[in-house]
Design a protein around this ligand. Structure first.
Ligand code: HAM
Length: 431
């Protein structure tokens, strides 16, 4: 039997980076660094972490993300067990809203700022930057209609990108209007495109019936030309939506963020109203969107709330952000390394490594040793491979004298120390 391989569109994250099918998969410490930056910045914004299940009711996603969206019609990993329909979450906004409602988080008062980091699943055709299991971090600000909330989500993402050292990105911004302005725009689009139906692709013809706004999203050259004369959403915005949009832009200006107005930015999920936005990297080719978000004031009602709860947020694709970091040649940082690698010469010393490692670890040091009883040379090679700061060498003589040879790998100097002297010595040396 041939050995098993991971499913296409999924990948292992290993201690070391590797290339698979032309894609570079960064080492795990790069992922951890990204996660640390996300946690740090999120706590600056008063956001608390939320962790929701991978499995959710299929209906939650169908209603939340929208029955006519690509995600729901084509990309869900959904299955049935008994009488329950499960979906592996393709995104986290609808689950966070479900959780907010289920646990009555509104009763805690004020606005909930909730952030998350974790995997999502979409049955898309795998390609560079597009996977079947991918990872998002995101922020959802629930219970706030204020334009500062829209701007704050954008500024927090900018802060994360800057902290990571990503310099090349752009921000596209749009307003989709609200429940009042949208139906009129929708009708205007239908009126405009119906006589042109013969010139549309099958996808857009379907969208004309199910979700005309999504036609604005087309990448087909001929259809983009038709869009030139199509009605513009901005002309349909009511005064409140216009004022909200202007305020968001003012806040962004005051935070020093440049943005591009894009009246065609509708996004692939149906729950948005008013603000929508997307962050793009020019270095990623076809899958250039590193993050997307917007306001979704009507989602709560779609998923069972009696009242509409205003909310806004974003999610960022972690694979794409790491790709952007690599493309900008941001240093990968350092892999975790042992403080001390124990080298054992002889059987007595082999047994000693176990108790010595236990003792040193209890003092807070990172300690490893060779588990295969290999030669001194092989053990030293392993210590080098692991980039150990110190090597402690013990043979029969050392065990009798109670002192081991501690070698500082950077300085090359060696001294005889008792086990209890090792921790203070390691602590006194620059790491
Ligand atoms: P989304 O645009 O579907 O929005 O996904 C957000 C980000 O996830 C994308 O910009 C992209 O970086 C990444 N992404 C999406 N699909 C894939 C994939 N197949 N492979 C790799 N990366 C991918 C949402 O998910 C909304 N929940 C965002 C949001 C939060 N809106 C309001 N709050």
């Amino acid at each position: 039997m041939a050995a098993f391989k991971s499913i296409p569109g999924t990948f292992d994250i290993l201690p070391d980076g590797y290339t698979s099918g032309g894609d570079y998969v960064a080492p795990v410490h790069v992922w951890r660094r990204l996660e640390e930056v996300v946690r740090d910045v999120m706590s600056q914004y008063g956001a608390a972490e939320i962790r929701t299940p991978i499995l959710e009711p299929t209906e939650l996603i169908a209603r939340g993300v929208g029955a006519s969206s690509d995600i729901v019609t084509k990309e869900m990993f959904a299955f049935e067990r008994g009488s329950t329909n499960y979906v592996m979450r393709p995104e986290v906004t609808a689950p966070v809203m479900r959780s907010y409602l289920q646990h009555s988080l509104a009763q805690k008062g004020g606005t909930q700022r909730l952030y998350y980091i974790g995997p999502c699943f979409r049955a898309e055709r795998p390609q560079k930057g597009r996977y079947r299991q991918f990872h998002q971090f995101g922020l959802e600000v629930i219970g706030a209609a204020d334009a500062r909330a829209d701007a704050e989500t954008i500024v927090s993402l900018r802060d994360i990108l800057e902290r990571l050292g990503i310099k090349q990105y752009s921000l596209r911004l749009n307003s989709l209007g609200d429940a009042e302005s949208r139906p009129a725009f929708r009708q205007a689009l239908v009126d405009y495109f119906t006589p042109l139906e013969a010139e549309l692709t099958e996808v857009s013809r379907n969208r004309l019936r199910t979700n005309p706004l999504r036609i604005l999203d087309t990448k087909v050259e001929k259809e983009r030309a038709l869009l030139e004369n199509a009605p513009r959403l901005t002309e349909f915005l009511n005064e409140e939506s216009k004022a909200h949009h202007e305020l968001v832009k003012e806040y962004l200006d005051s935070a020093g963020i440049s943005w591009i107005d894009d009246p065609f930015l509708v996004r692939g999920l149906d729950y948005y109203s008013r603000t929508t936005y997307e962050f793009e990297s020019p270095l990623l080719g076809a899958q250039s969107s590193i993050a997307g978000g917007g306001r979704y004031d009507l989602l709560s009602k779609e998923v069972g709330s009696k009242e509409a709860i205003p909310a806004v947020g974003f999610a960022a694709g972690m694979e794409r952000i790491i790709m952007a970091m690599m493309a900008e040649e941001i240093s990968e940082g350092e892999q975790d390394r042992p403080d001390v690698f124990l080298v054992a010469l002889g059987d007595a010393a082999i047994a000693w490594t176990f108790s010595a490692a236990t003792r040193l670890r209890q003092k807070g040091l990172k300690v490893t040793y060779d588990l295969r009883g290999r030669s001194m040379k092989a053990q030293m090679r392993e210590a080098n491979r692991q980039n150990a700061r110190f090597v402690a060498i013990a043979g029969d003589d050392e065990l009798v004298s109670g002192q081991v040879q501690l070698k500082d790998m950077a300085e090359g100097v060696q001294e005889a120390l008792s086990l209890d002297e090792i921790a203070p010595r390691v602590a006194s040396s620059p790491s």
